[in-house]
Design a protein around this ligand. Structure first.
Ligand SMILES: Nc1ncnc2c1ncn2[C@@H]1O[C@H](COP(=O)(O)OP(=O)(O)OP(=O)(O)O)[C@@H](O)[C@H]1O
Length: 222
């Protein structure tokens, strides 16, 4: 797996609403070397999700640039950007978005490039590493919210993502299950970069670096 530094240089994200322009982010610059667990924090509306969307190529900045190694993410044509996202990034969102008619194992395998025996084996290993070995054959409706979210983490990991992005992955969970999901995400730093957005500072005590946003700009950085 290639492991490159993800960086952004003076990125901005402006939303036009008729005459009005709202800046979700303005002039944010960051350099995120690989293999670390980064936490993006800040109050509601501070631009956390916007920053995650820009860093992961889900949105394009209205100013500045996002770069992965020497690849200018924000300048790639749509198809190339989509391919890069699919092959090098993994995503976990607030809701797990599992297919209700597939088992936990099948929900993971469908995200693999080829749904073959090797992918099934890997999906089973991921479930085991996340404490869900016995849940492989269960449907999402038979799992708890925390278990469903850990299945979503396993699905995000099936392609060995160089960067794992998570947007408020614990917002729908209680503290105990939230911490288990964060532990599962954080463990990936031994292989790739982990970037987690949350408004819950208690979830980021194990982060290597905290990125604090306020009103669309960086407020502190350690
Ligand atoms: N589609 C949109 N159109 C207009 N303004 C938007 C849009 N999406 C976000 N914004 C604004 O951009 C700012 C940053 O939003 P963002 O979702 O990035 O913040 P956040 O820190 O993730 O908030 P939360 O914790 O509430 O999810 C907010 O003022 C928000 O109202």
């Amino acid at each position: 797996m290639t492991r490159e530094t993800l960086s952004c240089e003076k990125v901005a994200l402006a939303y036009r609403d008729g005459e009005r322009t709202t800046y979700a982010l303005r002039e944010v610059s960051l350099s995120l070397p690989p293999g670390k667990f980064y936490g993006i924090m800040g109050p509601s509306g501070s631009g956390k999700s916007s920053l995650l969307y820009l860093l992961s190529g889900l949105k394009r900045p209205t100013g500045g640039a996002v770069t992965l190694g020497s690849t200018p993410l924000s300048q790639l044509p749509d198809a190339e950007l989509m391919r890069l996202r699919r092959t090098r990034f993994g995503f976990v969102f607030q809701q797990p978005f599992l297919l209700t008619y597939l088992t936990a194992l099948e929900n993971i395998v469908v995200a693999a490039p080829k749904p073959d025996a090797a992918a099934r084996q890997k999906a089973q290993e991921l479930l085991e590493s996340l404490g869900l070995a016995s849940m492989a054959g269960k449907l999402p409706g038979q799992l708890s919210g925390g278990e469903r979210q850990r299945v979503a983490v396993a699905r995000a990991l099936i392609n060995d993502p160089e960067i794992l992005f998570a947007d408020e992955p614990t917002a729908a969970l209680d503290q105990t299950n939230g911490h288990r999901v964060i532990e599962a995400l954080a463990a990936w730093r031994s292989k790739g970069t982990v970037i987690v957005v949350t408004h819950d500072a208690g979830m980021l005590t194990g982060a290597d670096q905290l990125i604090q946003l306020r009103d669309g700009i960086l407020s502190t950085e350690h």
